[in-house]
Ligand binder design. Structure first.
Ligand code: ARG
Length: 463
């Protein structure tokens, strides 16, 4: 399968061309074409710097910079012929540049290597994804804050172990997710700050003897500074791993909310109605309206966390500096980014559009002895019982109600007095779910007044 034509980029020492299988395993152009815009931006910055430093002439640099724009428009216009023989995006672009502008193209790669080039391109690409995730998280948080504002005082059951625990407000539940997505967004911003350093000019691994200006290229590409160690610059992929970790945690949060929407939209719960726009029907059961978007979001964590694990395994144990293993860093990151952003957008649409079934929420909140803690607290406050004893008395009352097949507020005062004689009719004030939530005014608590404060502060933060 060999032929005598060898690679035009590195073929100097080769007599034979690579085997077709070698070409297939070696080529990354099938996926790293997604780095085209970043690759061209990096090359244009590099060419401008080479001219500013007197390493290439101004006229060569202008030809290179112009020619690269032509190549970019061919790629964006879909007319560019990608070649597997040219391995990757870097060599595809450079080879085409040679066809477009001729000899000056050969000067572009001065003082640079594909090792710092790919590290630069990939950082730029991941940085764009972090910015997109920041925007996606912000939009989702806004949708959830709007839900919280509408339902600051709608009462619903709060669960532990998925068993009715205490009544909470809808707004409080929505804002719990706003807090989670807010931390995800903080992690995105933190990761962006840490990764925003330029590998360009690290060259193959050791730096270069050409008088390059790495600060100039760093600034042109929007980086805060050049990376301080050339070996680290071409070896590091922790920026991609951090992206995947942040994405994994956020996808985990998305999956929890998605799971709640699946449960809440079921006929057994009927807590919410999802809009038709984010549901599907069944081909056999005419009554069905399935929460497919929620189920798919719930599942996305699988591939996103999988990408995190896969890249961690690729990087584990690699000696410095570059190894070709590192070409296996991209596809999973691309896939994770696509799916994280899609899941954020789908959740924003679905959570924004869903309609809470307020009467169903309230009646569910009232069942399952959800105000038992309020009763125990009342006994402590009004009769001076120690909490442990109050807990026991309340437990007995719950057992009575359960035996009678009713809820706590349905017990008569006589039935209550039979268990603890100090109980009087004012106890009924705390057995209602609205009083229950209104009483939970501790900072961070579920009381509508507290929820409204949090809504106001989030609206300001997200304005
Ligand atoms: N396609 C390669 C990658 O994605 C580019 C870097 C190649 N470097 C090298 N020394 N062969 O990693």
């Amino acid at each position: 399968m060999s032929s005598s034509s060898s690679n035009q980029m590195w073929g100097g020492r080769f007599a034979d061309a690579p085997d077709a299988i070698m070409e297939a395993i070696n080529a990354s152009i099938g996926f790293d074409k997604r780095l085209a815009a970043q690759d061209i931006a990096g090359s244009r910055a590099h060419a401008a710097m080479l001219a500013a430093q007197g390493i290439v002439t101004d006229s060569d640099a202008s030809a290179i910079r112009e020619g690269l724009l032509t190549v970019l428009s061919e790629i964006e216009g879909g007319t560019f012929q990608f070649s597997t023989a040219l391995e990757d995006i870097h060599m595809n672009v450079e080879a085409r540049l040679k066809e477009v502008i001729g000899d000056p193209a050969g000067r572009l790669h001065t003082g640079r290597s594909r090792n710092d080039q790919v590290a630069t391109d990939f950082r730029l690409w991941v940085r764009d994804q972090l910015d997109a995730a920041d925007a996606g998280l912000t939009a989702l948080m806004r949708a959830l804050v709007a839900q919280a504002e509408a339902g600051a005082d709608w009462v619903m059951p709060g669960f532990t172990h998925l068993q009715t625990a205490q009544p909470v407000t809808w707004g409080h539940h929505m804002l719990a997710y706003v807090e989670m997505f807010g931390r995800d967004r903080d992690r995105v911003r933190d990761a962006r700050k840490r990764m925003n350093e330029s590998p360009l000019g690290a060259a193959a691994l050791a730096g270069t003897g050409f008088p390059i200006d790495r600060h100039m290229t760093a600034e042109a590409l929007g980086f805060d500074r050049p990376m301080a160690n050339s070996l680290d610059a071409v070896s590091a992929r922790d920026f991609a791993l951090e992206f995947l970790s942040v994405a994994s945690i956020s996808a985990m949060h998305l999956s929890r909310l998605a799971e709640e929407l699946v449960i809440w939209s079921s006929a057994q719960f009927r807590f919410v109605t999802l809009s038709d726009k984010f549901s599907t029907g069944s081909s056999i059961m005419p009554q069905k309206k399935n929460p497919d978007a929620a189920e798919l979001i719930r599942a996305k964590i699988g591939r996103i966390f999988g990408a995190n694990v896969a890249l961690m395994m690729v990087m584990k144990g690699l000696p410095l500096a570059y190894s070709k293993d590192m070409q296996e860093d991209k596809e999973q990151v691309f896939d994770a980014a696509d799916n994280w952003l899609l899941a954020l957008a789908a959740m924003e649409g679905m959570a924004g559009d869903m309609k809470a079934n307020v009467p169903a929420l309230e009646s569910a909140a009232a069942h399952g002895f959800s105000t038992a803690t309020d009763l125990a607290d009342w006994l402590v406050r009004e009769t001076g019982l120690p909490f442990r004893d109050a807990h026991h008395v309340t437990g007995t009352l719950v057992a009575r109600a359960e035996a009678k097949g009713c809820d706590l507020p349905d017990l008569t005062l006589e039935e209550m007095k039979a268990v603890h004689e100090a109980i009087d009719e004012t106890v009924f004030d705390v057995l209602g779910v609205h009083n229950s939530v209104a009483s939970r005014t501790s900072f961070g608590g579920t009381a509508p007044a507290r929820v409204r404060e949090q809504v106001a502060s989030w609206k300001e933060a997200l304005a």
